[in-house]
Design a protein around this ligand. Structure first.
Ligand code: BGC
Length: 350
């Protein structure tokens, strides 16, 4: 495995960086701290490679600029209302780290843990297997959760992510990946002229604390309608209650799926470079977050400053607050079951 040192986690644990590549020059660099994709180089329509994810040069900067840049998210992607849920009649109290709510696994989520690289199960230069065992009670969650994530770079210019988990007690789990993409190249300005398509007829509207109300609302006639390719900036500043709550787009779309297999759920297109990113997943939901909390305080790779809406996340997931919404697809995992999901970011040009 091509492995380099990448400094140390705040507790002093050494962090390593692994490089995955394919025969077309696509290259992903991933670190054992948070399973973070620190760089992702893909070609534009002229074959020029650029790094299309925001990021930093050391684990310390990922901690300082704590907006989950490039990281694996767990145990629960997005919010759980008031940091509480009841499972099999017992109430669990989680860390509240986002106003009244629990966000992205809590104060010390998977994004800040050092994962173990399993070199025996990895394929040198092509795939990296990361493992993390989350202790019973960590951040308030029940059960010891053993998590495996395999990142692969394929010859079709795909970054493939396979998530697996098992538990020894009933628990909830919802894993995702939090890369901030800018297909014009990281640090090249805002993402408002990227065109986005989301294969979804409905979304889950939120309240003022960004918790879903429980409704599945049609996108028809709203700024949430991305059923045809639409520039992200076209409607983002409209006087719409949902956009006001989200400070822009920060919502979960209910993906239109024929089955539970891997399906195309979103396409992102950047007109100046011709880069296209297709998102395929087995998950029922997609959080589209337009980088509304980026404010120029984060200085990233190569001294690039990350301003308002300079990157966007397309996080495949189960819906936020599912543990408190019995009408949403379940996120419960029981002993003997295996959590298995897959997401692919496929890069093309047009
Ligand atoms: C959430 C945002 C949050 C951001 C943190 C996104 O997944 O939806 O509300 O602020 O992560 O960087």
């Amino acid at each position: 495995m091509s492995k380099e040192s990448f400094g140390a986690a705040p507790d002093g644990t050494p962090v390593y960086l692994y490089t995955l590549k394919n025969s077309h020059g696509m290259e992903a660099k991933i670190i054992t701290f948070g399973g973070i994709v620190v760089s992702l180089k893909v070609p534009d329509r002229n074959g020029k490679l650029d790094d299309v994810v925001l990021g930093f040069d050391s684990p310390g900067e990922y901690v300082k600029n704590h907006s989950y840049f490039g990281a694996l998210i767990g145990r629960y992607g997005n919010r759980i209302a008031k940091g509480k849920f009841t499972l099999d009649g017992k109430e669990y109290v989680l860390a509240t780290n986002d106003g009244p709510n629990h966000l992205h696994g809590g104060t010390f989520g998977f994004d800040q843990r050092v994962w173990e690289a399993d070199e025996a199960e990895s394929v040198p230069g092509r795939s990296l297997v990361l493992k993390y065992v989350s202790k019973d009670g960590e951040e308030g969650y029940p059960g010891t959760l053993s998590v495996t994530v395999r990142y692969s770079v394929t010859d079709s210019n795909e970054l493939e992510i396979e998530y697996g988990a098992v538990t020894d007690k009933p628990t909830v789990v919802n894993l995702t990946q939090h890369s901030y993409f800018n297909l014009a190249g990281q640090g090249s300005g805002d993402i408002l002229s990227h065109q986005l398509t989301i294969v979804a007829d409905r979304f889950t509207p939120i309240d003022s604390t960004l918790i879903p109300t429980g409704e599945l609302r049609p996108v028809d006639g709203t700024p949430m309608d991305f059923r045809t390719p639409t520039p992200i900036g076209a409607r983002i500043n409209q006087n719409d209650q949902q956009l006001i709550y989200g400070k822009g787009y920060d919502h979960n779309w209910v993906l239109t799926r024929k089955d539970n297999g891997l399906g195309l759920v979103a396409t992102l297109y950047e007109p100046t470079t011709g880069r296209v990113m297709d998102v395929l997943t087995t998950e029922p939901g997609l959080q589209f977050y337009s980088g509304n909390f980026l404010n120029g305080t984060a200085v990233g790779k190569g001294g690039k400053v990350y301003n308002y809406r300079n990157g966007l996340c397309l996080e495949t997931q189960h819906f936020p607050d599912s543990p408190n919404k019995p009408q949403f697809p379940s996120t419960v995992l029981r002993p003997g079951e295996r959590y298995e999901t897959m997401t692919v970011y496929h890069f093309l040009t047009r």
